[in-house]
Design a protein around this ligand. Structure first.
Ligand code: ATP
Length: 294
């Protein structure tokens, strides 16, 4: 939504506003979707990120302003290579989603630095981030509009082109079975769809924007493993040069990633490929044994 919201019609924004406010629970949070978190952002002419930007966190510490006494990220170091697929796993509350919130500039770190394609994130304008980064949260926002409008959010995309892309990706077959297909008007929050169908629509919405960096935060949690595999390979095929970040509690989601980061108590405690980590005595090995993945 953060990226897609830019450039949509005023009428859409007014309608969307109420939905966003309800979902996020308040006006302050809504404004963070449009405004940079830090007043120190230096305005620079739009300089487009290259395909598949790398992202690095150096000694990043972070607390949410409303709970300043709790350190959520604790001198965290993380290197996401440009164009790679990375997985992020770890216990609930470890700080995984907070990493994404910082990449999106919803908040600024309390200490340390974040670089995107070797530029300090403060030098990357919010506008540039909006145009190049897509974020798909676990519970995506859908609106009481048609399926098509939910997919485009007001962006001028051709319906025939969308239809052929959806068919090519092959994970949205349910759309053709809906009464009216792409024209069907969804209930508020997409209530006529299952959680997994809403997630698939949100992923398709993100792919249609051709982002260079896509952040999937538990974005396939409502899908069975066959469907999840189909969705993740469609993401890779649709965005061959993009950097893909997959946050998940499920090994099946991250197993194929180039690098998997294990986060615990606000720090990266292990990193490597599935094969490098699976037999270890650390957190990842523990997940492998618990989730019985070979
Ligand atoms: P999960 O796997 O359960 O989604 P996570 O690893 O993604 O967890 P985060 O959502 O990053 O964890 O949360 C890390 C910590 O920050 C938690 O203790 C959480 O309670 C706290 N937290 C998250 N969002 C906020 C917020 N908006 N305000 C204050 N504290 C927050």
């Amino acid at each position: 939504l953060y990226g897609s919201i830019v450039g949509v019609s005023f009428a859409f924004l007014v309608s969307a506003y109420a939905e966003v406010a309800q979902s996020l629970g308040g006006l302050e949070r809504v404004f963070e979707l449009w405004e940079p978190a830090s007043e120190t952002e230096v305005p620079v002419p739009t300089q487009l990120l290259k395909a598949g930007p790398g992202v690095s966190f150096r000694e990043v510490s972070f607390s949410y302003p409303e709970r300043a006494e709790t350190l959520v990220l604790d001198q965290l170091n993380l290197d996401i290579p440009g164009g790679s697929t990375v997985g992020i796993m770890g216990p609930s509350g470890a700080g995984k989603s907070s990493i994404v919130q910082l990449i999106l500039k919803f908040y600024a770190p309390s200490a340390g630095s974040i670089r995107i394609d070797d530029r300090d994130i403060q030098q990357v304008s919010t506008q540039e981030l909006c145009s190049k980064v897509a974020w798909v949260p676990q519970e995506p926002l859908l609106f009481g509009f048609s399926v098509l409008d939910n997919l485009t959010l007001g962006n001028p995309l051709d319906a025939c082109d969308i239809e052929s892309k959806l068919k090519e990706w092959g994970f949205l077959d349910f759309v053709w079975e809906l009464p009216g297909g792409l024209s069907m008007i969804l209930g508020e929050h997409g209530t006529q769809l299952s959680g997994g169908q809403r997630q698939r629509l949100a992923i398709a919405r993100a792919l249609l924007r051709s982002p260079q960096l896509i952040l999937l935060d538990e974005a396939t949690s409502g899908l069975d493993s066959d469907l999840e595999e189909k969705v993740l390979s469609a993401v890779r095929e649709a965005l061959p040069t993009a950097t893909i970040v997959i946050i998940s509690h499920r090994l099946s989601s991250v197993k194929g990633a180039n690098v998997i980061f294990l986060v615990n108590e606000g720090r990266v405690v292990e990193q490597g490929s599935h094969d490098e980590l699976k037999s270890g005595s650390g957190l990842y090995g523990h997940y492998v044994r618990r989730q019985a993945v070979g």
